[in-house]
Design a protein around this ligand. Structure first.
Ligand code: MG
Length: 391
């Protein structure tokens, strides 16, 4: 590439963080890590810090930060801690690109801090835009910060729209694998265990996004994310099930032409695109073999079987505090499901019940969004108690 880019990775020990570091390791001449941040995985951070020699590492958890400090004594690497430490890593003057891959609404403040600092933000954290899309996109505009999506669907749309006249855009078509329960019949949803939900047919991802894929809430979150990234209303963002996961998403133009982006199911591709942008990096990954794949299928989603998808469209339409409430309730419900405290089928019920009680807020005010997020978590906890689950 023409210039060496300095990268701060928020959530470096998670699935997206590891894939990002894999790209950095392959392109050490082009990419340099200046900051690594994790919630509490100090062992992971220590390994990464010794290998990639960042200027700073940040751990949200105080004890983990203290352990990392001990482990990095004399290494010349600054160890930051707490929420403030993560925000410092997000706005580090030395960083050109901030990879925002914290999971869940915990990514709102770090993403906002990166945007506020005018960084190029390679965004994997969709929940930040779902809950605080109005605040984050307005701040990005004000500060001249560029948001480059890492989510594969949004990277696909972004790539397809390069050089196109936005006025000629009719609709976006986001593809969904359908998750592990697509086409299995409604009966299977009665008995889903965390192990079943975590066994995704196409993508290897972290547990939160994998469960979201199984309920199709992931696609719902992505519809809202697409709204904020590309400025279209929900009725011009369509979802199609595409079990092969080869077409990562499509754009339909006013003349009826549809352009698609295709590739193998490897998150390193959209990550590399964001890190290299506007250049493309030459990477030695297995290419897509269409003759081997042979067929591309598309189906309409079943909104009755996967109610979370409809809830997300509803949240986008209603706006205000509804998207943030939906997102927070979903995070709480997914946690409870993974801990064996809530049946899979009740996730949508918890989310809907919280959405129905969501407060009217000014979604351009970050403090109101964060307050709404906290309210929704508490409300979800109370509702789960009445479901016979536990808070
Ligand atoms: Mg995605």
């Amino acid at each position: 590439m023409t210039t060496r880019k300095r990268i701060s990775i928020l959530g470096s020990t998670g699935s997206i963080g590891l894939s990002t570091l894999d790209i950095v390791a392959r392109r050490a001449g082009d990419l340099e890590v200046v900051a690594l941040a994790s919630r509490s995985d100090f062992r992971g951070i220590l390994d990464q810090a010794r290998r990639f020699r960042p200027k700073v590492v940040a751990l949200f958890d105080d004890q983990a930060a203290a352990d990392a400090k001990k482990g990095l004594e004399g290494a010349g690497i600054e160890v930051l801690c707490g929420a403030q430490g993560i925000l410092e890593a997000a706005s580090l003057p030395d960083a050109d690109i901030v990879v925002s891959s914290v999971v869940g609404a915990a990514g709102i403040m770090p993403t906002y801090a990166a945007v506020q600092a005018g960084k190029v933000v390679a965004l994997a954290n969709k929940e930040a835009l779902v809950s605080a899309g109005a605040v984050i996109t307005a701040e990005a505009e004000r500060r001249g910060a560029r948001i480059l999506p890492i989510d594969s669907e949004h990277s696909a749309v972004f790539q397809v729209l390069m050089g196109q006249d936005r006025k000629a855009l009719r609709k976006l078509v986001l593809t969904a694998s359908g998750g592990p329960f697509f086409g299995k019949g409604p009966g299977i949803l009665e008995e889903v265990t965390p192990e079943m939900a975590l066994d995704h047919p196409q993508w290897k991802m972290g547990p939160k996004v994998t469960v979201d894929s199984a309920t199709m809430m992931n696609k719902g979150l992505e519809v809202i994310e697409a709204h904020w990234l590309f400025g279209l209303p929900g009725d011009r963002i369509e979802v199609l099930i595409h079990p092969q996961s080869i077409v990562h998403s499509m754009v339909e133009f006013i003349d009826g032409s549809i352009l698609a982006q295709m590739g193998v199911t490897d998150m390193r591709l959209p990550i590399a695109f964001a890190l290299g942008y506007p250049e493309r990096m030459d990477l030695p990954f297995d290419p897509l073999d269409l003759a081997e794949a042979r067929k591309l299928e598309f189906f309409r989603p079943d909104f009755d079987l996967f109610p979370c998808l409809g809830l997300a469209y509803d949240a986008l339409r209603r706006g205000g505090g509804v998207p943030a409430s939906m997102n927070a309730a979903n995070e709480e419900a997914v946690d409870a499901f993974l801990a064996g405290r809530l049946p899979f089928k009740e996730i949508a019920g918890v989310v809907k019940a919280v959405m129905d009680r969501a407060p009217a807020i000014d979604d351009t005010d970050l403090s109101e969004v964060l307050k709404c997020d906290r309210w929704a978590r508490q409300a979800a906890g109370e509702i789960m108690l009445s479901f016979g689950g536990a808070a």
